[in-house]
Design a binder for this molecule. Sequence first.
Ligand code: 16G
Ligand code: ZN
Length: 549
Amino acid sequence: NEDQKSLILKSSSHFPPPPGVKLSYGTAGFRADASILQSTVYRVGILAALRSLKTQCVIGLMITASHNKVTDNGVKIADPSGGMLSQDWEPFSDQLANEPDPQSLVSLIEEFVKKERIPFNGKHPAEVLLGRDTRPSGESLLEAAKQGISAVVGAVAHDMGILTTPQLHWMVRARNKGLKATESDYFEQLLSSFRCLMNLIPDRGTSNETEDKLIVDGANGVGGEKLEVIKEKLNELDIEVRNSGKEGGVLNEGVGADFVQKEKVVPHGFGSNHAGIRCASLDGDADRLVYFLVPPNNCSKIDLVDGDKILSLFAVFIKEQLSILEEDTKGSNNYKARLGAVQTAYANGASTYYLRHLGLEVALAPTGVKFLHEKAAQYDIGIYFEANGHGTILFSERFLSWLEDKNQELSSTHEGSEQKKAALRLLAVSKLINQAVGDALSGLLLVETILRHMGWSIHQWNALYQDLPSRQLKVKVGDRTAVVTANAETVAVKPPGIQEAINVETAKYPNGRSFIRPSGTEDVVRVYAEASTQEAADKLANSVAELVD
Ligand code: 16G
Ligand code: ZN
């Protein structure tokens, strides 16, 4: 109506888009230098309010640029389930961000509201939860988001403060399930399910090899800060947080999961005297987690324990619990759960081989959480991880309700039995692990309990399989959209002939594998290669990079 139109006209005039810049929602929201994002974030505020009206649910808006440099920032939307914004709204997001003036913005919105039949007088007014990471630009961008939300008549914004990305996604999910959804509810759920798992650890006498101490690199960001908070309540663990941001280090500069995984060196703030100690690294918004260890007498190189290996650890544990449950063939109520893993083309070939050998179905998805999440949701228990450390475990409603029933049944007949314990463990995992999105804090607590459950040191965990040597390169190109891929990015279908040339190079190396893909977040084409030796992987990557250039 007219009031609504004039409201948007008026408020959007305070947020002119940066001239000559075209922004795109990308793999995971808008990202750019923070100085040009005011208008984009304002408009994403409008988008979030519209999405809330459309779905008649609470929506999340997160201001973060994750592992990117501190002067960047970004914005993304959490849908009612706590997952990523539905892909069919991405084209509208792009148009919204790029409309040149208030008048054209209003027309675009009007048209979209009509097409999507967005109810302006539905039962629920628009409601948006706001979060941001520790970036200094976050505060004023948050203000822009609020202005955008209040440009939609009746819309309400709740500022949830400085949060990790997965905390905000968790809150949105919880709110829409009618559950308590504050930050302390989040911590409470993590801690109680963690404790439940710790209490169910088998007594293995002296054979527990898990090292006591864990050192965590907080990337000088929000994850380190939050870990400091829960650490106080984790008497069972000896955690030391480095790069919590309080020591004056810069966010993501020489620190964090992305740096550690790509460079395979010790992060800043870690001396050389950590040989043999279990270490972990979070990214700037704490939705990625990798582990690593520093080998003795080595300069700064690390042994990386990446997302693939976290996935494998989770798979071993869950498989064990499922097998215990299946032993109970006398019970009336049996169910063969489908356990699957989802990886991307970046997954180390050795990990895929290992998982299949373990008896899991392994599916491939293109890079980007939204794609992996969707595939993993097709299993009773679907574990997904990107090699870079983003991942989680999804439990189907059907499986969980079976598990609840089974747990009840076992209470009356098998209290204290191994089956009962396995059921309780799986229930606890479903509460500890973030069902909305990958979460470094909850992932870390699950890794820690599983290591103790198995009695494994990080060395034993790392030895589940040996990674094939790999190399990643990026090639700056004029137009990255010239590269088009298929089959979960394993095949390049454009430019013509390039895949054939990649095949020729790859065939020269034993265990060779290589692919190229356009980045979804930067103006580059990425190259991945693996082979039997590091030298071969490097050579293969270099020769494929030359094909792209
Ligand atoms: C984004 C994705 C991440 C992916 C990365 C790839 C989400 C939440 N994040 O950070 O999963 O690995 O992009 O970046 O989906 P690239 O396309 O530049 O290689
Ligand atoms: Zn992140």
